[in-house]
Design a protein around this ligand. Sequence first.
Ligand SMILES: *[C@@H]1O[C@H](CO)[C@@H](O)[C@H](O)[C@H]1NC(C)=O
Ligand SMILES: *[C@@H]1O[C@H](CO)[C@@H](O)[C@H](O)[C@H]1NC(C)=O
Ligand SMILES: *[C@@H]1O[C@H](CO)[C@@H](O)[C@H](O)[C@H]1NC(C)=O
Ligand SMILES: *[C@@H]1O[C@H](CO)[C@@H](O)[C@H](O)[C@H]1NC(C)=O
Ligand SMILES: *[C@@H]1O[C@H](CO)[C@@H](O)[C@H](O)[C@H]1NC(C)=O
Ligand SMILES: *[C@@H]1O[C@H](CO)[C@@H](O)[C@H](O)[C@H]1NC(C)=O
Length: 486
Amino acid sequence: MTHRAASTTMEFQENHRSSQILEISLLIVLGLWSLRGAECHQVGILESCTYRSTNCRAHTVSLKDFGGVGDGVTLNTKAFQMAIDHLSQFGSNGGGQLVVPAGKWLTGCFNLTSHFTLYLHRDAVILASQDMNEWPIIAPLPSYGRGRDLPGGRHSNLIMGSNLTDVVITGDNGTIDGQGKIWWDKFEAKELNYTRGFLIEIMYSDQILISNIKLVNSPYWNVHPVYSSNVIVKGITILAPVDVPNTDGINPDSCTNVRIEDCYIVSGDDCIAIKSGWDQYGIAVGMPTQHVIIRRLTCISPHSAVIALGSEMSGGIQDVRVEDITAINSESGVRIKTAIGRGAFVKDIYVKGFTMHTMKYVFWMTGAYGSHPDEHWDPKAIPVIDKISYSNMVAENVTMAGKLEGLHNSPFTGICISNVAIGMAESKKPAWNCTDIQGVSSSVSPQPCVLLSEQRSRSGPCPYPSDKLPIENVEFKECSLQTTHI
Ligand SMILES: *[C@@H]1O[C@H](CO)[C@@H](O)[C@H](O)[C@H]1NC(C)=O
Ligand SMILES: *[C@@H]1O[C@H](CO)[C@@H](O)[C@H](O)[C@H]1NC(C)=O
Ligand SMILES: *[C@@H]1O[C@H](CO)[C@@H](O)[C@H](O)[C@H]1NC(C)=O
Ligand SMILES: *[C@@H]1O[C@H](CO)[C@@H](O)[C@H](O)[C@H]1NC(C)=O
Ligand SMILES: *[C@@H]1O[C@H](CO)[C@@H](O)[C@H](O)[C@H]1NC(C)=O
Ligand SMILES: *[C@@H]1O[C@H](CO)[C@@H](O)[C@H](O)[C@H]1NC(C)=O
């Protein structure tokens, strides 16, 4: 990123406090949000806000200026698109900002522009239309070759950006409500003809910030940056019923330089899933997801992972760092999912500082995930899983400590687990079940499986990089918002 510190720049202070006591860590997380969100002051009927962003904008308009009506009934698709098209002229002249004021703004899908900020007032709700015609069919992602639910194209995404630079979606905790129930019901009844749309998809873009907003009831995944670089997702809340299909939280896909921090996610699928394309389509595109930091995440995902790597990983996944995570009532911690046919690799994955309460698995990886886009996957495309490092983890009420299942004749290698204390729930299952893996462990209880039983030598705990990723150095500026626009 090219942003430089200006005199008004405020750098977010890093906060590495973590606690093994759930209540305390939740309090800390909530405290950080209120400190770091927008700050608004009411003076008579006027309101002024300051907020932090990678870039401030010279030109601001309100959705109301373009005929928007926030009554929850009037369709605002054209108002959104007209406002954004108008602001696109300021790209090389200070940038444009669209304020979504208090109200309920029903809309279909719309596209963003470069050097642009979408700002949601705290009482703004962008309501996704439940009319499927407002979600037109677009081409599948090249690295997937088809829609993920169904062959062919896919529905548009509610908020889309393509081939952009410098895009911000932020606000004072305003809401984007996907009203996903009709999609979940039709998906489960097998009545859909095309794959569901995401709430936010940004593709082929550079310099993206998504912060201080709340996403609820997405039809499908919530936030999907794909084929993009320099992506920050910070301080967002994602809520979906835990029993609805595929409402993944944040899915970086074939992206380089990604920073996800201070987020709270309750989801019917993975809280975060790192991906890079599906079988022969992902191999052909060949774009890895790499140089990722995820920190200070609180996740509740009873049927899925806190952080999944895969299952679509055919462009490769490498250099992922994860720290200070709280998981409650989740199926698994960091889960690696892959299959023959995926090819590529998952390597250099570093995880430290996980506190978990009520988990089915702490460690889970499989080479037998299956799930192929079509018949043409290559049985010789064997994924390589290597250098996976976990340390400093505490878990309570766990059904199974580890289920680690590599590939026959192609074991998962370089697995390292150190300083992990797992409190087991009463269970008839063995604590560990390892097949086709190679690795080491030290200070792990209960006693790990034989394939991990070799003690890591005097070199100490499992490795974690000491350098910072470039995306960690990106700084924020303090922006102010004119009262007349709110
Ligand atoms: C944002 O939302 C979180 C969680 O709902 C809340 O704790 C925090 O105080 C909010 N921040 C602001 C600035 O309103
Ligand atoms: C938005 O962008 C997508 C992808 O570039 C395009 O297919 C679609 O037609 C655009 N929609 C609108 C409303 O311009
Ligand atoms: C967006 O960028 C991709 C990758 O560089 C390119 O293939 C595509 O044609 C671009 N789309 C538009 C609308 O410029
Ligand atoms: C799927 O296509 C069929 C046949 O064209 C149509 O009757 C049905 O309404 C479509 N379903 C949805 C959810 O659009
Ligand atoms: C332990 O986990 C089980 C599910 O495996 C759950 O039903 C139970 O409430 C949990 N106990 C505690 C004390 O959290
Ligand atoms: C261990 O896992 C393997 C491979 O998934 C499975 O075949 C086997 O039944 C499991 N063993 C136990 C004791 O659960």
